[in-house]
Design a binder for this molecule. Structure first.
Ligand code: SF4
Length: 469
């Protein structure tokens, strides 16, 4: 069993949690459907967004240089980081220069990817995540389980218990309003004491050299407006060419993420405040390599809305932590094998390939096709577990020979009907762990077809003409 399957098995052991997780995410997916159906030009918007990103990916170097140029003109310090280590070093260098000991962060998947919190905490800096969900999982010392709703795997009772332990709220309190108020009071102190603020970046506009951050809690603004040093960390793929393109993406992002018409705060940062410093750290960390993989470069169009996770039948039932990757779910299963093919070789198989992810993706990434492509690469490069490799080999041989296929079909129908249950439902039958095998048919489809007087699949059945009365 691969690592994903093992962790998923642990998650689904709690059946009620699995059902509730599934329903919670489906609720968000339904909200997304309603919101997207509310604007008639939805499909045109998706097409437009996809094409803008095509243009960006084909001219990334030019747009990045244009962005840097404009940002420098605006008085912003621009830094380039080839990988996570360099990113962390740069951020730490800025903080050291200003003798920062306490900082607030707004949600950023890039800093999660670079493990910035760990890096800074080890060097004696207090790092406080200020998005409520992020703060909850930070207190639990665990990574986000979803890119938009990081604590979606937790019930309010668990949050109540955690807040009682960490924030001394009343024991047993589960009222969301009460708990949110407690978090608010706690975070207020952290905002006031912070000497620097770090945010992620949703969009970076090449034309203006400014960055745009979307939040629902206003925590990015609160941090940036209170602290004298602001740092924005962005992946190279966050670029959009012009300010006029922003509307396309903001209309798609909020609707796809949570079903809202727009995020509550869409904040633009262009230049430092008069008495402050503004830094932008532009990070590669494997993105150029992904750009060079023709079959997978489309994955860099991702605007991290999380819609593919909310719709994925595997993610909804297995939980984000089972992926053991910074970005879980369908898009993460494309991005992470590019980082470490061996370690994440199980992830592209954690999909039904139903295509629902591709259907909802606002930038039209062909997610399920890319997952299928990774599967082929993983098999070719010999990263399949031996049992799967052998069974696939045998399945290929049987499927290539009609005679063998007929015999195998007959044997399977007989076995399913007559063998005692333990022969069929044992540890070799992974499928049987959570499912009942179907009732075997009495005959194969081919036999049934022939019984109807048909001999060749290429001959269409004779049609009776029904004359109108
Ligand atoms: S792949 Fe598409 S649906 Fe999934 S998070 Fe990215 S933009 Fe959203």
């Amino acid at each position: 069993m691969n690592e994903h399957a093992q962790k998923a098995a642990e998650f689904i052991r709690d059946e009620s949690r699995t059902d509730w997780h599934d329903e919670a995410l489906w609720f968000v997916r339904a909200k997304r459907d309603k919101a997207s159906h509310g604007i008639p030009e939805w499909e045109q918007l998706r097409e437009l967004a996809s094409r803008v990103k095509d243009n960006v990916l084909s001219n990334l170097d030019q747009y990045l240089e244009q962005f840097e140029d404009r940002a420098l003109q605006n008085g912003v310090h621009v830094h380039w980081a080839a990988d996570a280590e360099e990113h962390n070093r740069i951020v730490h260098g800025i903080l050291e220069k200003h003798q920062v000991q306490r900082l607030v962060k707004s949600k950023s998947m890039l800093t999660e990817e670079c493990r910035l919190n760990e890096y800074l905490i080890q060097r004696g800096i207090e790092v406080v995540d200020t998005d409520l969900g992020e703060r909850i999982i930070q207190m639990r010392e665990e990574p986000p389980s979803h890119i938009v709703m990081p604590a979606i795997h937790l019930k309010k009772e668990e949050v109540g218990e955690l807040f009682h332990e960490k924030l001394h709220t009343e024991k047993g309190a589960t009222d969301p309003q009460y708990l949110t108020e407690a978090a608010r009071q706690h975070l207020r102190q952290k905002f006031l004491a912070a000497q620097a603020a770090i945010t992620g970046v949703n969009f970076a506009i090449a034309e203006t050299g400014g960055v745009v951050v979307c939040t629902n809690e206003g925590n990015a603004d609160m941090g940036v407006h209170l602290a004298p040093v602001q740092i924005h960390c962005m992946g190279i793929e966050k670029i959009i060419p012009r300010a006029e393109h922003l509307g396309i993406f903001t209309r798609l992002l909020a609707r796809s993420a949570t079903g809202q018409p727009i995020t509550i705060y869409t904040s633009h940062y262009h230049r430092p405040r008069p008495d402050g410093e503004m830094h932008i750290v532009i990070v590669d960390n494997g993105r150029t390599a992904q750009l060079g993989r023709a079959d997978f470069r489309n994955s860099l169009k991702c605007i991290r809305c999380g819609a593919c996770m909310n719709t994925c039948p595997i993610y909804r039932r297995s939980g984000g932590h089972s992926y053991d990757a910074t970005v879980p779910g369908p898009i993460g299963s494309i991005l992470t094998p590019g980082i470490d093919l061996k370690k994440y070789s199980g992830l592209p198989f954690a999909s039904t390939l139903c295509g629902s992810c591709s259907d909802v993706c606002p930038v039209k990434i062909n997610i399920h096709e890319q997952l299928y492509m990774w599967r082929q690469i993983i098999a070719e490069e010999g990263h399949l577990p031996p049992a799967k490799k052998q069974s696939m080999k045998w399945a290929g041989r049987v499927l290539a020979r009609p005679g063998w296929y007929n015999i195998a079909g007959k044997a399977a129908r007989w076995a399913m009907r007559w063998l005692p249950r333990p022969f069929l439902y044992n540890r070799l039958n992974e499928w049987g762990k959570a499912r009942e095998l179907p009732e075997p048919p009495k005959q194969s489809f081919k036999e049934w077809y022939q019984q109807k007087g048909l001999t060749s699949f290429s001959e269409p059945p004779p049609r009776k003409l029904v004359k109108p009365k």
